[in-house]
Design a protein around this ligand. Structure first.
Ligand code: GDP
Ligand code: IMO
Ligand code: MG
Length: 427
């Protein structure tokens, strides 16, 4: 199975890190295609927990080449902190490669991110404050800094100075302090020699690997409902975490992709602001948060929790052309008498089976639930589908039907081994 995209189907934190790591053990290359250190991907290997932000999950598997693709935005300070931490824990990080076309998150964009959020007041997005939005905006505005710019000092100087003209005007207008370009330039230049050996034409690396029959995993950050085009705009991130983003974010063509794996949590969570039809704002939601350990890996914020929304995942199947779903955290649902699953919405008295076309309908969508019988047995040691309690099997089969995509694997715990593999990916 040479080329597999792994992406989020809901609002993030579905367990993409674990899924990538689990599939990654038989992979040659793991390439990240979007986002930056707004992502927090958890991988648990032999009881050791790793929180990855910029580094591809493949970094934890020996023999895998981890690559940061052109679609990623890179905060160099965070990158080197993360590399140092991994090295301290005995992980070989010398194999990391970075696309020459990836954009850099300069420190001023962290400042811009926070200033913009503040100026939005009640309408704020609840961003991670990592400078993600301003950096993608600079990319589109054609005033961004790319990794390759580090190696031409005069271009770098020119770009930083001109980018800061507009930004400083905005910052001052918002009551902030102007940023000195010379400080930023010195900061960036301090990374040049450390970055140099990692820089490659990542598209060439990935395509060569595929030409040679190697297996490549495309690891997405964020998720479909946070997609700048297909998500709950404006309460989204600023990249394309969907399948198309895996292509533009790495430089491969659609004809090379063999499987698109959507990771879906057995319930739903969301961090930050924005609509969330199945959200539970009561003690049931609170209990789900505690049970599932739903606190952000990146910001530590409590995640909003709710029941599984099959309208959302069905939409994800369509937007991404999913071939498979990896269902995660089924173990967290143990102990309920019945489990509600959202099968459709009601908007202004009308039933809607598909995602509403306009955002205001989505804001007003009331979930229509189907109650599925629960189970009480501990399932965390189960490794075969047939060994799951009948009601847990029925829950998975009903989700499969509602999402219009087969569920190939089921997570029953955070560890690499805590997975029920029902069928090989895209078999
Ligand atoms: P990502 O951003 O999609 O990689 O997901 P996060 O790492 O932010 O959040 C997923 C959390 O669920 C992490 O703490 C994982 O260790 C944990 N996790 C992943 N799969 C499972 C599972 O099947 N069961 C349980 N109990 N935890 C899981
Ligand atoms: P992983 O890869 C969950 C959310 C933020 C905010 C919105 C915009 O771990 O699933 P940004 O800083 O990207 O401009 O914030 O997107 N967000 C995430 N939520 N998981 C993530 O990543 C997220 N990355 C961004 O909370 O609502
Ligand atoms: Mg996460």
């Amino acid at each position: 199975m040479p080329a597999v995209i792994v992406l989020g189907t809901q609002w993030g934190d579905e367990g993409k890190g674990k899924a990538t790591d689990q599939l990654g053990q038989r992979t040659d290359v793991v390439v990240k295609f979007n986002g930056g250190n707004n992502a927090g991907h958890t991988v648990v290997v032999n009881g050791e927990k790793y929180a990855l932000h910029l580094l591809p999950a493949g970094i934890l598997s020996e023999g895998v080449t981890p690559v940061i693709g052109n679609g990623v935005v890179v905060d160099l300070e965070v990158l080197f902190e993360e590399l140092a931490e991994m090295e301290r824990r005995g992980v070989d990080v010398s194999r990391l490669l970075i696309s020459a076309n990836a954009h850099i998150i300069p420190s001023y964009n962290r400042v811009m991110d926070r200033a913009t959020e503040k100026s939005l007041g009640e309408r704020q997005i609840g961003t991670t404050g990592r400078g993600i939005g301003p950096t993608y905006a600079d990319k589109m505005n054609r005033i961004g800094l790319r990794i390759q710019d580090l190696f031409d000092e005069s271009i770098l100087r020119q770009k930083v100075r001109s980018a800061l003209v507009g930004k400083n005007t905005t910052l001052e207008a918002l009551g902030g302090t102007a940023i000195d370009p010379e400080t930023v330039i010195a900061e960036l230049l301090s990374y040049v020699e450390r970055v140099r050996p990692m820089v490659v034409d990542a598209s060439l690396v990935v395509n060569d690997a595929l030409d040679n029959g190697k297996m490549v995993l495309f690891e997405g950050g964020q998720a479909t409902m946070l997609d700048i085009d297909h998500g709950t705009y404006p309460f989204v991130t600023s990249s394309n975490p969907t399948a198309g983003g895996a292509l533009t974010g790495t430089g491969v063509g659609p004809t090379r992709i063999d499987a698109v794996v959507g990771v879906a949590k057995a319930y739903t969570t969301r961090v930050g602001e924005g609509p969330f039809p199945t959200e539970l704002t009561d003690e049931v939601g609170q209990a789900l948060r505690e049970k599932g350990g739903e606190f952000g890996v990146t910001t530590g914020r409590p995640r909003r929790c709710g029941w599984f929304d099959s309208v959302v995942v069905r939409y994800s199947t369509r937007i991404n052309g999913l071939t498979d779903i990896c269902l995660t955290k089924l173990d967290v649902l143990t102990g309920y008498e019945t489990i509600p699953v959202c099968v459709a919405y009601e908007v202004d008295g009308v039933r809607m089976d598909e995602m509403p076309m306009d955002q205001s309908s989505f804001h007003h969508a009331a979930p229509i639930y189907e109650e599925l019988p629960g189970w009480i047995e501990d399932i965390s040691d189960v490794r075969r589908f047939e060994d799951l309690p009948t009601n847990a099997q029925a829950y998975v089969l009903r989700l499969e039907e509602l999402c219009r995509c087969r569920i190939s694997s089921i997570g029953v715990g955070p560890g690499r081994e805590a997975t029920i593999v029902r069928m090989p990916i895209a078999d």
